[in-house]
Design a protein around this ligand. Structure first.
Ligand SMILES: C[S@@+](CC[C@H](N)C(=O)[O-])C[C@H]1O[C@@H](n2cnc3c(N)ncnc32)[C@H](O)[C@@H]1O
Length: 312
């Protein structure tokens, strides 16, 4: 039994803590700064249970103990058990907070399959260590990521003064990647935002959409409060008390008549008649068709519309 396990067992388990006390306890026991916002996040996302009302919210120390059991080296040991003791744990970048792994443009979209930028940096930059004994890339090189996802590798290559090419089968991922690496003319961006805002205002003035959305949001709010209360619902999910797929499907079916009624009442059209709609005319619309990305670090490459996956 490790020292940590013994220590955790010795802590009284029925104790309730305020958010502030929980943050102080967690800071002491993890050796990392755990803020009150971090604790609120754990409650919000159902990792630990909320006890009491807003203002006098408390959490159970036992819940915190269970949650933090996965840290302090336990994760490393568990992965090494599964994958072998030669696993280079440093490359997990486990110590980084979410804010650091989604630094600058990486936060533009919460794409779950993205690499950790620090991992890409490690392999691209010029530093060496016992594990990476050689440098493979230098400024001005061209990096190809044939599965570029949301573009982390391309962004990091650009940051290190390299050019980058990305390819992805998903047009949406190509759009995210393009947004992160394109060089923008800020005046053009401002003009485009004004154009879209004006078009949107006109569209909303001439439709019942706003009223429809207000009614729909109200109905959804009441429905969600009843059947998906936060954070109780997420907590039950994590405890395995609810089958999310089945429950979600049932509730969706239950809500559908209210939705259809509102659509009918406000004469809402669910599809645009013509392809030449608001988005079809915008650069964002065009970007949906780019599946091949060329990153213009030094303006050597340009985007290719309607490209397929071959480089011919
Ligand atoms: C883990 S993500 C890549 C992360 C990315 N390299 C980065 O730097 O963040 C894997 C990507 O591969 C793409 N993919 C899967 N099969 C593919 C294929 N046959 N051709 C191109 N892309 C593919 C997926 O759409 C997904 O975006």
């Amino acid at each position: 039994m490790s020292n940590l396990t013994i220590e955790l067992k010795m802590i009284a388990t029925d104790e309730l803590l305020t958010i502030k006390e929980a943050s102080e306890w967690a800071t002491k026991h993890t050796g990392k700064t755990v803020t009150t916002a971090n604790i609120s996040y754990l409650i919000q996302y159902g990792r630990i249970k909320k006890i009491g009302d807003n203002g006098s919210t408390q959490v159970s120390k036992q819940d915190l103990i269970n949650y933090y059991k996965s840290y302090n080296g336990h994760r490393e040991v568990s992965w090494k058990d599964q994958l072998g003791s030669d696993l280079n744990w440093a490359l997990s970048f486990d110590q980084y907070k979410e804010a650091e792994t989604t630094k600058h443009v990486h936060r533009l979209h919460p794409y779950k399959g993205k690499f950790i930028p620090q991992l890409v940096e490690y392999f691209l930059d010029s530093k060496t260590d016992k594990f990476k004994t050689e440098t493979y890339f230098k400024k001005g090189d061209i990096v190809l990521d044939p599965f570029s996802g949301s573009g982390t590798t391309m962004v990091q290559a650009c940051e290190l003064g390299m050019n980058a090419i990305g390819i992805d089968v998903s047009a949406f991922n190509a759009l995210i990647g393009n947004c992160k690496v394109t060089i923008y003319n800020l005046v053009d961006v401002q003009t485009e935002i004004s154009r879209i805002t004006k078009a949107l205002k006109e569209f909303l003035t001439n439709s019942h959409t706003l009223e429809f959305e207000e009614k729909l949001l109200r109905a959804l709010y009441e429905f969600n409060n009843e059947f998906f209360p936060v954070p109780e619902y997420k907590y039950k999910l994590r405890q395995g008390e609810i089958d999310e797929a089945q429950f979600g499907a049932e509730k969706e079916k239950e809500f559908l008549p209210s939705y259809n009624k509102l659509v009918k009442q406000y004469s809402i059209k669910l599809r645009q008649d013509k392809a030449d709609n608001l988005f079809g005319r915008s650069p964002a619309g065009r970007a949906f068709r780019y599946n091949l990305l060329f990153v213009p670090h030094k303006r050597i490459f340009t985007s290719i519309p309607n490209a397929n996956y071959s480089l011919n």
